[in-house]
Each structure stands twice: as structure tokens, then as C-alpha cells.
Ligand binder design. Structure first.
Ligand code: PGA
Length: 259
């Protein structure tokens, strides 16, 4: 099962995950990171800022989870812009080594296959950072997504568009389509790290970690993966039935195991 770590704050979550990523980069300088956007991963990127200073990141590679279709890449809320602003620039990564799915309409037919080939050519993702939507999506794999899916175009649910409207001037500006790594793509990463904060995520987290494995709750795909770490604050953990067991397990974990 997933290892669930309940932390007291977003900053503690960021520190825990950032320590793991720094150790990974130190041991494998051409580490391939799976990068999530949205609010959730920001504490990780913030913690990495200080921790990566002085480390060689020149060979680190990265693949974003998803992108809007038809949104100008220069738009401040395109995930290309977000990844540049939140990850590439502050961490000093090489922009040529960080890819985001290409959401341009003209080439969208092949964009998913191109992305899969690029991930394969890089040797696969070593550590995939994930958030989870209130509807249980990971990446932009909305309910009903196949567990075998690869990078492809999806239609966003109205719930997701409403959730993401806060980044735009109005909900009308939120694109209706996206290109996202599939659940099958995500499951091929070697280590999944799913983060969630706040009460609004509690039901999705409980369903993903402890609920039945179902395409209706795409986050439940993590139960099929051999190495998953779920890092949540108390509020996001509030509907987990085995919360005490997770606390006990983590408190008694041998230090050498890492996450
Ligand atoms: P959030 O989004 O991190 O902005 O809450 C998570 C997601 O939709 O996957």
C-alpha cells in the first residue's frame, strides 16, 4: 500500500519531499522528475530552492504532467509558463531539459505520442510529484480515465474548470481541453509522491488511498503502484480510516528507508 505521511504543515511536507529529491539528484545527476503544477506542489519547489543551492542540477530533466490545449504558451497560466516561473527559473534548471506537453491545436493529434516517446527516451520518470483534484483526478485524468491511458487529450470537467478559475480572470477563460500524461504513464514512473492539503481534499485522498480501485476515482490508480508516498496535512488526512496506523508506522520507520 501507499506509505502515508501525515505532516503538520505544508512547509513540513515540502521539506520532506525536497530532501528526497535532493538525495536523488545527488545520486543520479540526470534524474528525471515528473513535475506537477497547481498550488499543491509549491511548498516542494520552495523547499528545493534553498536545498539545491550549490548542487549540480545541470543534467536534471523534467516532464510536466499536463497542459491546456489551445492556450498561448506565453499566457501566464499556461503550464509552460507556470513551470518556467515556479520550477525552471528558481531552481536554475536547464529549460531545454524540461518538457511540457505541447497544447498547440495544430499539432495536437501527435502531441501525446511525441510526449510518450520523449519520456521513454529519457529513461522514464524517476520521481513523479502529484496533486489530486477534488474530483479525484491526478494529472488531468478526470473520472472515467483508463488506468492504461497514455498522454492524450481530455475534456476537463466543469468541477475542474471551476477549481482552476481562480488562476484566470473568469471561468470563461479556462480552457475546456487539456493534454495530460495518462494514468498508465504516471504508473510507469518509479516513485509516486502525491501531496494534498486542506479539508477540501480529504474525501479525494481517502478514496484514492483506501477506497476501491476504480476509474471513477483516478487517484485510486496509486494503489496499483509498488512505491507511493502520500504526504498530507491533518485536514487532508481527516477522512483516512487508518490515520493512526500511518502515524505509528512513520514514527517507527527505520531512518535508512527514506520515503
Ligand atoms: P491544486 O490542484 O494543487 O491546485 O489543488 C491539484 C490538481 O488539480 O491536481
Amino acid at each position: 500500500m501507499a506509505e502515508v505521511v501525515i505532516v503538520e504543515s505544508k512547509a513540513a511536507a515540502g521539506a520532506l519531499v525536497a530532501d528526497e529529491i535532493v538525495a536523488l539528484i545527488d545520486s543520479k545527476p540526470d534524474t528525471v522528475l515528473g513535475l506537477a503544477t497547481g498550488s499543491t506542489p509549491l511548498p516542494v519547489y520552495e523547499a528545493l530552492r534553498e536545498r539545491l543551492a550549490g548542487h549540480d542540477v545541470s543534467r536534471v530533466r523534467g516532464f510536466a504532467l499536463d497542459e491546456y490545449v489551445g492556450l498561448d504558451p506565453e499566457h501566464p497560466e499556461s503550464y509552460r509558463s507556470v513551470i518556467t516561473r515556479e520550477v525552471i527559473e528558481p531552481l536554475g534548471l536547464d529549460p531545454a531539459r524540461i518538457r511540457v506537453p505541447n497544447g498547440a491545436v495544430e499539432t495536437i493529434e501527435h502531441a501525446g505520442d511525441d510526449y510518450e516517446l520523449a519520456i521513454d527516451a529519457a529513461g522514464g520518470v524517476d520521481l513523479q510529484i502529484l496533486g489530486i483534484g477534488t474530483d479525484g483526478h491526478i494529472g488531468f485524468n478526470e473520472p472515467g480515465s483508463s488506468f492504461a491511458s497514455s498522454t492524450r487529450v481530455k475534456t476537463l470537467t466543469e468541477q475542474t474548470r471551476e477549481d482552476n478559475a481562480r488562476f484566470f480572470d473568469s471561468i470563461d477563460e479556462v480552457p475546456r481541453h487539456c493534454i495530460t500524461q495518462g494514468l498508465g504513464t504516471i504508473l510507469r514512473a518509479r516513485h509516486l509522491v502525491l501531496l494534498a492539503f486542506g479539508e477540501g481534499k480529504a474525501a479525494a485522498v481517502a478514496a484514492a488511498v483506501e477506497g476501491p480501485v476504480s476509474a471513477m476515482l483516478p487517484g485510486s490508480a496509486i494503489q496499483l503502484h509498488p512505491h507511493v508516498t502520500v504526504v498530507v496535512d491533518e485536514a487532508a488526512a481527516s477522512e483516512l480510516k487508518l490515520a493512526d496506523y500511518y502515524r505509528y508506522t512513520f514514527a517507527n520507520k527505520p531512518a535508512w528507508q527514506g520515503i
